[in-house]
Design a protein around this ligand. Structure first.
Ligand code: CO
Length: 209
């Protein structure tokens, strides 16, 4: 990618926006009121806004390697807190993708140095679902299933956050698990049963009213 072109592209983008809506940037500068918090993978192929057809102002976005919600990650926890408490988003989406490099790396017996603790969260997901995953003979299918189970686990991690629990009770905040199929571009709703899991999670992770 030629970085000099980026500034030309930006000028064209501004012209394009203003030609269809002269007040476009004036409106954007008034503030944001997104409905959705999207937590996805940093993978350069999974461009959140583009694949959802979302416009600026519609989706609050956080991306990291393998779309993890780790409760001692100040970054993701701040993003969740800000979007739930201050922006009052109505939906939180965890979006993974098939053939995720982070998930693949966690499946391999390899020392990746500084990345080890980050990837360990994915190895833990493998451990929780060892029986199901080891029963899948096809390696690609096992890899795809771990991507889905990782999304599911991160959704459950979202349910463990105090502000999320309060927003679910008070204003019916919804949590969703999605996967993008890199091979077709298709966005798939995993339709995870959050209600059932929430009850189970609250037995141990209930953080009060
Ligand atoms: Co990825």
């Amino acid at each position: 990618m030629d970085l000099n072109k980026v500034f030309e592209n930006n000028k064209k983008w501004i012209e394009n926006k203003l030609s269809t809506s002269p007040e476009y940037f004036k409106e954007l500068s008034k503030g944001q009121n997104p409905d959705v918090l999207y937590i996805g993978c940093s993978d350069s192929r999974v461009t959140a806004e583009e694949l959802m057809g979302a416009r600026p102002g519609e989706v609050f976005i956080h991306r990291n390697i393998a779309n993890l919600v780790n409760n001692i990650d100040l970054n993701v926890m701040s993003v969740i807190e800000y979007s739930v408490v201050h922006l009052e988003v109505q939906h939180i989406v965890i979006c993974g993708h098939y053939f995720c490099g982070g998930v693949k790396a966690a499946m391999e017996a390899k020392d990746l140095g500084f990345l080890n603790p980050w990837l360990r969260s994915i190895r833990d997901v493998f451990r929780y679902h060892k029986a199901e995953l080891n029963a899948i003979e096809d390696e690609d299918e096992r890899y795809k299933r771990l991507v889905e189970l990782n999304v599911q686990e991160q959704c459950f991690n979202v349910l463990k956050v105090a502000s999320v629990q309060k927003a679910i009770k008070r204003r019916d905040l919804k949590v969703h698990g999605w996967v993008v199929d890199i091979h077709s571009g298709e966005l798939i709703d995993l339709k995870i049963d959050m209600g059932g899991k929430l009850a189970e999670i609250m037995e141990i992770y209930d953080l009060g009213k």
